[in-house]
Design a protein around this ligand. Sequence first.
Ligand SMILES: [Cu+2]
Length: 566
Amino acid sequence: MSGTARGLLVAAALAAGGARLAAQQPTHDMGAMPGMAASDTAMSMPIPMPAGMVMMPGLVGLAPDVSPFLPGRGADPTRLPAARPAKLTPLADGDTLDLTAMLLRRTIHGHAFAMYGFNGQVPGPLIRVPQGATITVRFRNRIDLPSSVHWHGVRLDNRSDGAVGVTQEPVPPGGSFVYTVRFPDAGVYWYHPHVREDVEQSMGLFGNLLVDAPDPDYYSPANQEQALVLGDLLMQADTLIPYGGEAPDFALMGRVGNLLLVNGEPDYALHAHRGEVVRLYLTNAASSRTFNLSFGGAPIKVLASDVSRFEREARVPSVVLGPAERYIVEVRFDRPGRYALVNAVQAINHYRGEFQAEVDTLGIVTVDSAPAAPDHGAAFDRLRANAAVSREVDRFRPYFGKPPDKRLTLTVRTSGLPLATVQFMTIDTAYYAPVEWVDGMPDMNWLSTSKQVRWILRDDATGKENGAIDWHVKQGSVVKLRIVNDPRSFHPMQHPIHLHGQRMLVIARDGVPTANLVWKDTAIIPVGSTVDLLIDASNPGAWMLHCHIAEHLGAGMMAVLHVDPG
Ligand SMILES: [Cu+2]
């Protein structure tokens, strides 16, 4: 169905049903809407609606059925230490790092807010270690929520995975936990809490880990390196939209911010000389947003992703990152001037059933006329083949064609949502986008909490869901997992599926084999797609498999894969 045709359908349904719904549900008679909180709480603050969109009549005056929460519970942000940028923190094998989650003051467009950070920094310390190193991290929780640290993508010992509910209890406020982190793979990784990620990660608890291979030519040469953590914040004018105290809100689509951030700041700036090649370590730490990045037309070469380099370097027009994904790219700025770092996506307006281009600028790269020294232009233009990666993948190719060992379907169930939302969704699902790049229905999304929405991983073989799935495989086995994202669910949406502690290959999408392979720990499963993953189950322990949209995880979208010692 075309967007316009669907828009007409939706408009007709609203005309027929919207007014009636509003009349049936007086906005201050909360008895008529079980589970909805009174509208005179702070939580009823209107949320920002995209230009040209107003709240659906049947939803006006409603609020999520959770109490509002912001870090510090009303603490005066001017009395908190100001957040500093991430400090490069080189560590050697055997070193120990103290890592403290704490309340900080962050200033966004001149307004001070109480938020979180590690060691006074946002992002947290930029930890740089040689491949093969093992470090000790003494974590102290000094925030006002229970917390933990997960070492995303790192194939470490299970007890240090930070997966609350699977490998450890939450670290209470004032508590501590000692992690031992070993780094078998080169690349860019990141760390974040594994408790209420929708609040803690979004409010500043994230940091990068750069793991250097011993080979100095591991990547093609660059003049400078930058680690960019992408994120967003949801704000209404000068205020933050509170989080759900007892449970995540925005449970349908996840919280999609309206202010894009690089390393926690809204106006990223980088300087380069003419002709410089800049290596960028990109991490998406947003709760829900998928980014599509480009650099003002400057050529981009993609080198690596989550857990390895690609078999072959490639030229790409832009870089797509779902939540938790990483890409290592090089960009060459061959002329002086200003290059805008932009997120260019296809926005959807769920009410009007229309798509439109949306472009946001995250920052500016200013290139002066001094020539790059040395000039890496020739090396940049060459696309290298990484034979070591292909040789390693070769060991797994014999398994590509086998029937799936496990099958999961991704879907959602809801109960107790506002009637207007339910009626709208019934029509809205007549059309779906493979990837929702923006929140085209912020009011319905805001009003949904994890008390009403249950996102589901369903094991096709047993019918078991989420926590009831208890897969066991032998260490050393190669597991083919087929994931289908059901396009006919209540609200279909892409899911970035993350497996802890192992590495995997995305070997096919909708039956089309992947031409250029790379080891991953997170893979986007678009709506209506079937994706085949090949898991190298090499690391023993109990490992979470979950959607990395923070609110979807908060709404149950998680299973455990046990890799039993072989
Ligand atoms: Cu999800």
